[in-house]
Design a protein around this ligand. Structure first.
Ligand code: ADP
Ligand code: 5GP
Length: 189
């Protein structure tokens, strides 16, 4: 049996990583698709667990060799992409695969795979709250914070292309909602 695909998209800082981690603990049949990126690792992030950290050159070589199912230059000179091999590896383990993608990457993957895909848009309560969360996370400098906020409005305008929206206002409520949506999807034929 081929596994299903669950795509989570949201402007950076909305809380999708937090929601995905909670789901992974509660649903053992899920496996996280580790993306490749050319951005620097944050403190505590591990190669092979959070991302495959590549140089921009290594990333571009993989683009040329057609190794990506999808990729985006999410911010100038910062590439992020899903490796064909990663998805194959997880499917071979009999898992359902969960993705954390930017909005364009999510739309692209949904279009390519269509069947067996659920694309979930996670929405922040407001741009001001998004900014507070990014600052509160303590991972961004002024430049990377502005890059993320600069993209958020455009990303929010793409909500209609997704199958379902979860508003992440109260975290516990959003986690419950996501859990119900994903469990229902996985039990469907
Ligand atoms: P993303 O993966 O979408 O970039 P994260 O999961 O890293 O976002 O969350 C960004 C920050 O916001 C983290 O510090 C996280 O703990 C916090 N956070 C997530 N959800 C909520 C929420 N509902 N209310 C307040 N803070 C939240
Ligand atoms: P961050 O730097 O905060 O980890 O991620 C920045 C953005 O890149 C987020 O919106 C995240 O979802 C997105 N992203 C992470 N991995 C991928 C990927 O493989 N492909 C695409 N298109 N976007 C990704």
């Amino acid at each position: 049996m081929k596994g299903k695909l669950i795509i989570f998209c949201a402007p950076s800082g909305t809380g999708k990583t937090t929601i995905i981690k909670d789901l992974m603990q509660r649903i053992p049949e899920l496996a996280f698709s580790v993306s490749a990126t050319s951005r620097q690792a944050r403190e505590g992030e591990l190669h092979g667990k959070d991302y495959y950290f590549l140089t921009a050159e290594e990333f571009k070589t993989k683009i040329k060799q057609d190794e990506f199912l999808e990729y985006e230059e999410v911010y100038t000179d910062q590439f992020y992409g899903t490796l064909n091999e990663e998805v194959r590896r997880l499917w071979n383990q009999g898992k359902h695969v969960i993705f954390d993608l930017d909005v364009l990457g999510g739309m692209n993957l949904k279009k390519q795979l269509q069947d067996r895909v659920l694309a979930i848009f996670v929405k922040p309560p407001s741009i001001d709250e998004l900014k507070s969360r990014l600052i509160g996370r303590g991972t961004e400098n002024e430049e990377s914070l502005n890059k993320r906020l600069g993209r958020a409005e455009e990303e929010l305008s793409k909500e209609k292309h997704f199958d379902i929206t979860v508003v992440n206002d109260n975290l516990e409520k959003a986690q419950e909602e996501a859990y119900k949506i994903v469990s229902d999807f996985l039990t469907q034929e």
